[in-house]
Each structure stands twice: as C-alpha cells, then as structure tokens.
Design a protein around this ligand. Structure first.
Ligand code: SAH
Ligand code: SF4
Length: 393
C-alpha cells in the first residue's frame, strides 16, 4: 500500500533516498512548488520519479467544502482518505488589527488553525467536538497536509510566512507523537519552513503530556485551556480535571520551557453565571502569579443542546479590566465568529448564509449528508482565532 509523502520527515526521506540533497529536492518540489504529480519532479531521474509514484501518495486529504467569511478568513472541510472529515481555518489578520499580545500588527498575517484528531476523547461540557466522541488520531502527514493544501489552494508564495495554532478538532497532547512530528516537518527549511516559535499547541491540560512536550524542547508555544479557577467548576467543564487538577496543570506550565520573549497563553472560556464573576478574576490573577502569561477571554459560543449561555460583554470587559489592572496581558476574542460558526455548523438549520461570502464545492444536498460532521466542529470558527479575533474591539 502506498504511503503519504507528507508523513515523512526530511531525515526519513533521506534514509530512503540518499544522498540528503535528493530528499531535499523532493521536499522542495512537494512543499514549495506544491507538486502533486511526480512526473513534474524533473530534477530527479525518471527511474526515481517512477519509484516515488509507486511508493507514495501526494494527497492525504482533499477539499470537501470551503466557506469564506466577510473578514477574509476561510473555513475548510477536508476529506481524509478513509472518508472522515476534519475542519481547518485560515485566519487573516489585517494591518492595524490587534494581536494576542494586545499590540497592533504592521503587516497582514495568516494563521492556520489545524485539527489533530477526528473527534476528541476529552468530553468537555461546552464543546461541540466532544458531543460526537472520538474517531481516530490524525497522522503527522494529515496535520501537515491541512496547511499545505491551504497554501496550494491560495497559490501562496512558497516563502509566505504563516502561524499555526493547534486549536481545531481534537486534543493535540492526546496525539503527541504525530503532533510533535508535524511541528518538525512544518519547521523544515527545505519545506514549509514555519518556525516552532510560530506554532502554538493548545491543550485542555494533560499535565504529564505538557511535561513530555516540554522535554522534547521543540521550541513551540503553549496555550492552556483553563476556563475555570476552582477545581469544582473546572471539573464540571473539563472532566479531565479530575485526573489533572488546576494545580497540576499550572505546575506543569511553570516547568514548560518557553522563549523569554514569549508568553504562555491561557484561554478562558467565559460562560454566563459559571466563571465570569469578579471573584474568579481575582483568583485568576493569583493563580497566574509570576508566569509570563497572556489571557484570552472567549465568550462561550452557544450550540444546539447546550444549556450554557454567553456572558454580557460588560461582564467580560470588567473581567478583562481587572486582569489588565493587575498587570496581566488580556484580550477578548472578537465575537463576529458566532454568526459564521452558525453558518458552518448549522448551515442547513439556521440558513445564515448571509454571513458567507462564498460557499464552494459543496451542494445543499451534500451538506445535509455531512451535517453531522459539520456540527461536530460547529464551534471552531469562534475559538480558533487567537490573533485575528482576540483583539479588544
Ligand atoms: N483540545 C484542545 C484544542 C482544541 S479546542 C483544547 O481544548 O485546548 C480549542 C479551544 O476551543 C479551547 O480553548 C476550547 O475550550 C475552545 N472551545 C471549545 N468549545 C467552545 C465553544 N462552544 N465556545 C467557545 N470556545 C470553545
Ligand atoms: Fe477536546 Fe478541546 Fe473540545 Fe475539550 S475543548 S472536548 S479537549 S477539542
């Protein structure tokens, strides 16, 4: 059976096709020229081209659907070889918008939010992905291919820089080997050349895996989905907290090696009447102590069957003000994702197509067939936006 080229690191390819420069030629053709048909790999011999096409498949996924939001961001639905689907979002942050450090950006930037699993085992009470359970881990190649397919689809210049956030479907640290391998394939200079410092891994808090990731010294950034400041509330929201409580997650975060110029991001999902009170803000300041942290407040994005509600904007602003006044970098993720979220996950039910500028390659009939999978990730457009939608608008 053929293997996916994207599942191979440069070192692995070099071990098969020595000398190393040959592996580099293959990498460059694949990641920088967006090659898909080995016949176009003219820098190597015909014999090698034919060996490559006998051994490898170049496309680990295909675009099943695409939605473009009014702000230029795009949501992709990718179909994997086994017919499962996953979502990936390309976020555009324009000049003058505010980044997740609260600073205005000087040049338009792209961030890709990748999925790491089909579904998720963690069962968080507020999360749409959780409702549909776990199907399987993605391979490193399937993670890498999400970004490659988007760059190719946009005909982006190969050298066009991107940020990557591992905040799509799935728990990245529950699939650590593939995620770690993907970070390295992304970073390979002959390939996409996306530095680890531009890659942020988000976790619901598997403490031993945070340590394991830290020990790998990959140089990536860390985001912790905290969402609550006391264990009773956090357990209610994230069942995993029973195994790894707030104290253990914070302790593992403190041990995590991070570039001194960077910060650990704490995502704090705000739910009306659950965790949005002034006392929680106070406890959060105490918990974060001397960690180089930045807090990203996210309004709960409602979805079918959920009993939670969004808090008032005023409550969120008061919460943010308290953190800022106590020296913690804190941003509020912008809310325009809600409508787009609805458009994605509940397209059929809600008919919110007015928020969608273009909707390609998928018919209404096929949307019906895929609606279950789409619903699975209905929330993603509002939570994947640490740069573009984290500003304080
Ligand atoms: N599993 C990882 C990464 C994917 S989830 C994690 O939990 O960190 C990425 C982010 O989406 C998390 O911060 C998660 O809490 C948030 N999220 C999930 N459901 C949401 C919802 N309904 N509204 C807003 N954010 C949500
Ligand atoms: Fe999984 Fe993250 Fe959703 Fe929790 S919030 S169920 S960890 S994807």
């Amino acid at each position: 059976m053929k293997q996916f080229l994207a599942d191979f690191s440069l070192a692995e390819l070099a071990a098969i096709f020595s000398p190393e420069y040959r592996a580099k030629q293959i990498f460059e053709w694949f990641y920088r020229q967006y090659g898909t048909n080995f016949d176009t790999l003219t820098t190597v011999s015909k014999a090698l081209r034919s060996e490559l096409s006998d051994r490898f498949e170049t496309e680990a996924l295909t675009i099943a659907a695409k939605q473009t939001s009014v702000d230029g961001s795009e949501k992709y639905l990718f179909r994997l070889a086994d017919n499962h689907t996953i979502e990936t979002v390309l976020l555009l942050m324009r000049e003058g918008e505010t980044n997740d450090d609260g600073e205005p950006i000087r040049q338009a930037q792209y961030t890709v939010c990748v999925s790491t699993q089909v579904g998720c085992k963690m069962g968080c009470a507020f999360c749409m992905t959780a409702k549909n359970g776990f199907v399987r881990n993605l391979t490193a190649g399937e993670i890498v291919s999400q970004v490659l397919a988007i760059k190719r689809d946009h005909n982006m210049l190969p050298e066009k820089g991107l940020n990557i956030v591992y905040m799509g479907m799935g728990e990245p640290l529950d699939n650590l080997a593939s995620v770690a391998k993907a970070t390295q394939i992304f970073a390979t200079e002959a390939g996409l050349s996306i530095s680890p410092r531009r890659q942020t891994i988000s976790t619901s808090g598997i403490s031993p895996k945070i340590d394991e990731l830290g020990e790998m010294n990959l140089g990536v950034l860390l985001a912790i989905s905290l969402h609550a400041v006391d264990n009773a509330t956090r357990e209610r929201l994230i069942p995993l907290n029973k195994a790894f409580n707030i104290e253990s997650v914070i302790a593992a975060t403190r041990r995590f090696p991070i570039d001194m110029r960077k910060r650990v991001m704490f995502e704090y999902l705000m739910i009306d009447g659950v965790n949005d009170d002034p006392r929680s803000a106070k406890t959060l300041v105490r918990l974060l102590g001397n960690i180089r942290a930045k807090v990203n407040l996210i309004a709960f994005n409602p979805h079918e069957g959920s009993s939670f509600a969004r808090p008032d904007r005023a409550k969120m602003e008061a919460f943010q003000r308290y953190l800022l006044d106590h020296g913690i970098v804190c941003t509020i993720r912008q809310s325009r994702g809600i409508e787009i979220d609805a458009a994605c996950g509940q397209l059929r039910e809600r008919h919110t197509a007015s928020e969608i500028v273009s909707h390609e390659t998928i018919s209404r009939e096929s949307i019906k067939q895929r609606s279950m999978m789409l619903r699975m990730s209905a929330r993603s457009f509002s939570f994947v936006l640490p740069r573009i939608w984290c500003s304080n608008s």
